[in-house]
Structure formats: C-alpha cells, structure tokens
Ligand binder design. Structure first.
Ligand SMILES: Nc1ncnc2c1ncn2[C@@H]1O[C@H](COP(=O)(O)OP(=O)(O)O)[C@@H](O)[C@H]1O
Ligand SMILES: [Mg+2]
Length: 147
C-alpha cells in the first residue's frame, strides 16, 4: 500500500501489515514515522493511494463507514477536562455513577491519591481544560478512567 497526503510527499511506500483476528499490536517508531497516518487510514479518514486495506479478506471500502467506524475506539493522548469538579469530570463517563463508583474508578486508574491531595478532594474545581489545577498537565494522560 502507498499513501501520501495532498502534498504528494510519500509517507508510506510499499507498506504492508497483517494482523490476525484477536491479535494485539503496537506501532512503535519515531515522531513523523507514520504511526498516526496508519491509524487515520485504518479509520478511513484517508484511503490508500495504491493498494488495499482488507478486513476479513474484503476491501474495507466494501463496508459502510458506519460499520467500520462504529467498531473503532480512539483514546486521545490529551484528554479533555470540562469546567466543574473532578467528580463531575469522572462522572461524565457514566452519568448515573454513584460517588463511590466514581471513587472506585479513580482508584483503579491510580488517581485517587492524587485527587485526595487537593484541598477539596473530589470537589476540587478543575476549570476548563484543567487550568485551575496547578500541576503538570501531562499527569492527566494517565487518567483513562475505566467506566
Ligand atoms: N495532514 C497532513 N498533511 C500532510 N502531511 C502530514 C499530515 N499529517 C502528517 N503528515 C506528515 O506525515 C508524516 C507522518 O506523520 P505521522 O503519521 O503523524 O507520524 P507519527 O504519528 O508516527 O508521529 C510526517 O512527515 C508528517 O509531517
Ligand atoms: Mg502520531
């Protein structure tokens, strides 16, 4: 498979990858190496310029976008925090979660200690994008609360 963006600078040339059903793989490589591009292609945000992507042997353009994209989940590297409290932000993952379920989710994510270190604990206001929290924003990427 070959791929370039609109500027026609080759990004993937003669690229080939086979993933078996149930197999878990990681794409590892330098910045600019093409990892995100491969994910963009798999999600069909872009399509190969030459060659094919096949799923269960069928060209993936034979499936509807809905069928393909409803089976793909993406966790962004930079999670978004809404204005409101930590509790409200966690509960956003499941609106009917009780306080103890919110706390349990935070414990599983390894965030409980860190949250309770705030003066108001789970009721601490985070501010839009977390801007009321005086901490290294990169800490938040550890926060994939498992609802
Ligand atoms: N939308 C785009 N338009 C043009 N070039 C792009 C675009 N996105 C990424 N690229 C280029 O494609 C190459 C691979 O980038 P990318 O897939 O983001 O790599 P990685 O995720 O491994 O860091 C880089 O040279 C990057 O500059
Ligand atoms: Mg990337």
């Amino acid at each position: 498979m070959d791929f370039y963006y609109e500027d026609r600078k080759p990004i993937l040339t003669d690229f080939s990858l086979q993933v078996a059903p149930g197999e878990t793989i990681a794409l590892v490589g330098p910045t600019g190496g093409g990892k995100t591009t491969i994910v963009n292609l798999l999600c069909r945000f872009y399509e190969p310029k030459n060659g094919h992507i096949r799923i269960n042997g069928y060209d993936y353009t034979d499936y509807t976008l809905q069928s393909l994209q409803s089976r793909v989940g993406i966790v962004l590297q930079t999670p978004h925090l809404f204005s409101g409290t930590i509790r409200e932000n966690i509960r956003y993952g499941r609106l009917d979660a009780s306080d103890s379920q919110v706390e349990e989710a935070a414990r599983v994510a390894g965030a409980h200690e860190f949250i309770t270190s705030f003066e108001k604990s789970y009721d601490q206001d985070v501010g839009e994008g977390g801007n009321l929290l005086s901490l290294d924003r990169s800490n938040w990427s550890a926060w994939h609360v498992p609802f």
